[in-house]
Design a binder for this molecule. Structure first.
Ligand SMILES: Nc1ncnc2c1ncn2[C@@H]1O[C@H](COP(=O)(O)OP(=O)(O)OP(=O)(O)O)[C@@H](O)[C@H]1O
Ligand SMILES: [Mg+2]
Length: 344
């Protein structure tokens, strides 16, 4: 069975996250409303060590300083360190305790941070086997996060393309894909996107009450034609051939999977060209538009901020990287405002 088939047929259930990311002009947050419901942002990506936790922590602090109530959740299962970036000892309880509890209430597992409006579900004291044994806990986590009394939930997700990681990323209203400009990181980012869209297709197929789309997708993967499927765009094209209406519908749903790229640790002009190039390549290769939120410069002060456990967002505008993360935050909140206006 080839890669696409294995991904599609892997058993599990489903979910459809909504929302669309579009990068756009910078608007001030002053005067913007608090979101009507808790918004979930996920920071993830295919590669380790590219700055996911750094960006998650500073987005969280940035939002909390705007007066938003923010809950950060360290879902880097087995390698949590968000607490360290937030200068905490790790809290008394951990995400593991939530998974073991069987509960759909996350509040008893929340620790206070020293930052006003910012709380954390820490992974510091997670059990050693947390990544292997969270199982149905992820479904409960999703349910729990949608009913917390916070404006924003920020998920710091570990690297890779394991199904748990993809499902965590798909839980979010806004998915933020961190990469650097190095070929290894770009390669893993494309792989992450490919797996993400395939997981989404599989989840959509499994979730349909009308089983027609599932049936059609099974036909896409069946028979001679399946050996010619190399990309997500191939799946969409084949589906459109069999059933144009449902092909378009699936494309639209995939397009609503909100993913935006951030290129971290940029040093040169060539590095800064990677983001727009990746956005273009995604349109050509996947047939899907994704957002590009911006670049974050490589700076020694980032390393110093981590060493001293003093978050970058507190640098008082001295750091270019801090300003870049703030710009990403503003673009994300602008996306939300646009969505809200569209829906009004
Ligand atoms: N813009 C930057 N400038 C300089 N150094 C940076 C920058 N961004 C990240 N780093 C360095 O990269 C290291 C890794 O960052 P971080 O822990 O946020 O990555 P991660 O993607 O969360 O890693 P993991 O996959 O292990 O969770 C930081 O400790 C810091 O030293
Ligand atoms: Mg991390």
């Amino acid at each position: 069975m080839d890669f696409f088939k294995r991904l599609f047929y892997k058993s599990s259930r489903v979910d459809i996250a909504a929302g669309k990311a579009v990068s756009g002009p910078r608007l001030s947050l002053v005067g913007s409303d608090t979101p009507a419901r808790t918004r979930i942002w996920a920071v993830g990506g295919g590669k380790g060590g590219v700055g996911k936790s750094l960006v998650a922590a500073n987005l969280g602090i940035g939002l909390s300083r705007l007066g938003k109530k923010v809950l950060m959740v360290d879902v880097d299962l087995g390698a949590a360190n968000l607490h360290t970036l937030l200068n905490m000892d790790g809290g008394k309880v951990s995400l593991s305790n939530f998974f073991k509890s069987g509960s759909t209430d996350i509040i008893p597992f929340v620790s206070k941070t020293d930052f006003v409006n910012l709380d954390l579900v820490s992974g510091a004291k997670d059990s050693l086997d947390v990544a292997d044994n969270c199982g149905e806990g992820l479904l409960r986590l999703k349910e729990a996060l949608h009913k917390v009394p916070y404006d924003y939930v920020l998920l710091d997700i570990g690297p890779g393309t394991a199904s748990n990681i993809l499902d965590l990323f798909l839980m979010a209203d806004e998915g933020i894909l961190l990469t650097t400009s190095e070929p290894t990181s770009i390669e893993n980012s494309y792989r992450f996107l490919k797996c993400l869209f395939l997981r989404r297709i599989r989840n959509i197929a499994n979730s349909q009450e009308d089983t027609k789309i599932k049936e059609l997708l099974h036909r896409v993967f069946a028979g001679q034609w399946s050996s010619r499927i190399k990309t997500v765009a191939d799946i969409l094209n084949r589906l459109r051939e069999i059933d144009p209406g449902r092909g378009e519908l699936l494309k639209e749903i995939l397009g609503n999977t909100s993913v935006s790229i951030v290129v971290n640790q940029t040093r040169t002009q060539a590095d800064r060209e990677v983001g727009p190039a990746m956005k273009m390549a995604c349109r050509n290769y996947f047939g899907i538009d994704i957002g590009f939120l911006g670049d974050i410069a490589y700076e020694d002060v980032v390393h110093e901020s981590i060493r001293s456990k003093t978050p970058l967002a507190l640098s008082g505008g001295q750091s270019e990287a801090a300003r870049a993360i703030e710009t990403c935050m503003q673009r994300l909140t602008n996306n939300e405002l646009r969505q809200k206006r569209r829906m009004a």
